[in-house]
Design a protein. Structure first.
Length: 208
């Protein structure tokens, strides 16, 4: 029986590694060639698998796009961001500004994967596949609402700053469009973007 379990575990590990390889290949192809120009055959070739394996795993290119987007958010850890160590550390941090800094530092890792995919979602915005990003963006805003709720338990917002405006600021400044504009297009380093977003949000939310 232990031998059977080891064989099953080995097969599962190989299947997971193959799936991951296909996701990364699709991500690279989408970012480099665009969604429409990328074929399933091209992705399979890049991943080193038969195209039938790709279809068996993801069924359609739209479903593959959804899974690629899920990967850009989660990375190699299937744990949702609010349950990941960086987010939990931010919740536990009693100082609001330091808590915010931990949030930005965690989010930048996600945006560095999401931002290169933005042209893909812009290109399919009128297609059913465009709903993938719109739904994800709505969830991201809900996440920013939760962040603000956490921050205001640690320190009051500055005079004149409403919770809704605070959510707006987090949603836009920590978003993939911001990261893409400053880092990928203007040439800022990730460290520079992270420092600027942290300082700007800290000042605007809590004052000087």
């Amino acid at each position: 029986m232990p031998e059977v379990k080891r064989k099953i575990s080995t097969r599962q590990a190989k299947a997971a590694a193959t799936r991951q390889r296909m996701l990364v290949a699709a991500y690279d192809c989408f970012c480099e060639e665009g969604f429409r120009a990328t074929t399933m055959d091209r992705i399979a070739e890049r991943a080193g698998v038969a195209v039938q394996t790709l279809y068996f795993t993801f069924h359609t290119k739209d479903e593959l796009l959804q899974e690629v987007h899920n990967w850009t958010v989660l990375g190699d850890d299937p744990t949702p961001p609010p349950q990941q160590p960086w987010y939990l550390a931010a919740i536990e941090e009693p100082d609001a500004r330091r808590s915010l800094a931990l949030i930005v530092a965690g989010v930048v890792v996600i945006e560095s994967r999401v931002a290169p995919m933005l042209p893909v979602f812009h290109a399919v915005s009128a297609d059913p596949a465009g709903e993938i990003f719109r739904h994800a963006d709505a969830l991201r805003r809900e996440g920013m609402e939760e962040v603000v709720d956490i921050l205001v338990t640690k320190a009051p917002l500055r005079r004149g700053m409403t919770k809704r405006r605070a959510v707006d600021l987090l949603h836009i400044l920590m978003g993939p469009e911001s990261y893409r504009s400053f880092v990928l297009e203007c040439g800022w380093t990730t460290k520079q973007w992270t420092a600027w977003v942290t300082a700007t949000l800290s000042r605007d939310l809590f004052g000087d």
